[in-house]
Design a protein around this ligand. Structure first.
Ligand code: ZN
Length: 200
């Protein structure tokens, strides 16, 4: 039996979600159609709103609804201290730890040449501009301890060569091969406080 075209369209649309195959997508579509039309309409509205209204901060690349995000416009934060992370989820994890007073640079990924993800795809050209402009005094590399995270950290370390910028790395307490977003707040706060300067 074939689905009606609109039902099929909905099922196919759900498969764009991470980890959702055709079977789960069908279950989601049926559930909304059978029992929760209102929830479905709210979902549609929230999706449209977010997809059209959320952009990337032009300074740190984190999600923002304006040109600049609230962290980048906060004058009480040290705008010369930049913590480089892989994803907005990492920003959230560090913010929840509650101690960090600098700003961020959000890569939205890691360097991964095999997947065609080079420096430009993760915004390193923008970071390079900020490094060269002299607005940064310290970069904290918090790209995680996966192979890609390490490679990304080394790439950034090379970019800083010849500048007076201090480069530190949080590692202590972050498990090997680990992503930051899964580290608890107390450990993360400790790791940030105990960051070590990198030799170069
Ligand atoms: Zn920002």
């Amino acid at each position: 039996m074939k689905h009606a075209p609109l039902v099929q369209q909905l099922i196919t649309a759900f498969t764009c979600l991470p980890g959702v195959g055709p079977r789960s997508a069908q279950r989601m579509a049926y559930s909304l159609l059978e029992r929760n039309r209102e929830g479905g309409l709210q979902l549609a509205e929230a999706l449209t709103g977010a997809m059209e209204g959320v952009q990337q901060c032009r300074r740190c690349r984190n999600f923002a609804e304006d040109d600049l995000c609230p962290v980048c416009t906060d004058e009480r934060r040290d705008q010369a201290l930049v913590c480089v992370v892989a994803s907005p989820a990492d920003v959230l994890a560090i913010e929840q730890a509650g101690e960090y007073r600098g700003r961020y640079f959000v890569l939205m990924g890691h360097l991964s040449p095999i997947d065609g993800i080079g420096p430009r795809q993760i915004g390193l050209d923008l970071l390079e501009q900020q490094i060269q402009s002299g607005e940064i005094s310290e970069i904290i590399l918090a790209t995680g301890t996966t192979v890609e995270g390490e490679a990304t950290a080394h790439y950034i370390l090379d970019m800083v060569e010849g500048t007076p910028i201090v480069v530190t790395r949080i590692a202590q307490g972050v498990p090997m091969g680990g992503d930051l977003e899964f580290v608890d707040g107390a450990t993360l706060a400790h790791a940030l406080r105990g960051r070590r300067q990198l030799e170069r």
